[in-house]
Design a protein around this ligand. Structure first.
Ligand code: AMP
Length: 119
């Protein structure tokens, strides 16, 4: 599948669209979701052009994968999520309900989130 250079997260990475940044390093950017589903709802994205979690896992260098999950851990710690817990979601493709075709993990927390899937 072809990476769409004009997806909204690519445009955020190029600085064409603003975001509420919560974390950034050489490989990773994280920002608040524009339509939060929980008191904490942060999107973590790699700076590289990966469509989905399977694209990222198959093609990203180890350094980028390590940086990505280290950033998830740091963001969870910085937002005091580790004690009571939190949820990460990586919607993937059509059946996964992925809206933005640039790999991202949602970090959700700050309240009890209930069942994993709506029944
Ligand atoms: P997904 O369905 O996993 O692709 O989720 C995409 C997420 O991106 C949704 O939760 C949207 O609310 C969020 N989103 C879309 N545009 C923006 C934006 N400009 N800034 C922050 N979050 C956004």
């Amino acid at each position: 599948m072809h990476y769409d250079e004009n997806n909204i997260f690519a445009r955020i990475l190029r600085g064409e669209i603003p975001c509420q940044k919560v974390y950034e390093d050489d490989h990773v950017l994280a920002f608040n979701d524009i339509a939060p589903k929980a008191p904490v709802h942060i999107l973590v994205i790699p700076k590289g052009a990966y469509i989905s979690i399977d694209d990222f896992g198959a093609h990203a260098p180890a350094e980028e994968i390590k940086a990505f999950y280290a950033a998830v851990a740091k963001i969870a710690a910085d937002h005091d999520l580790q004690g009571k817990g939190f949820r990460t979601i990586a919607n993937t493709g059509l059946n996964g309900g992925q809206e933005v075709p640039h790999f991202h993990v949602h970090i959700l927390g700050g309240k009890a989130l209930g069942p994993m899937l709506a029944s």
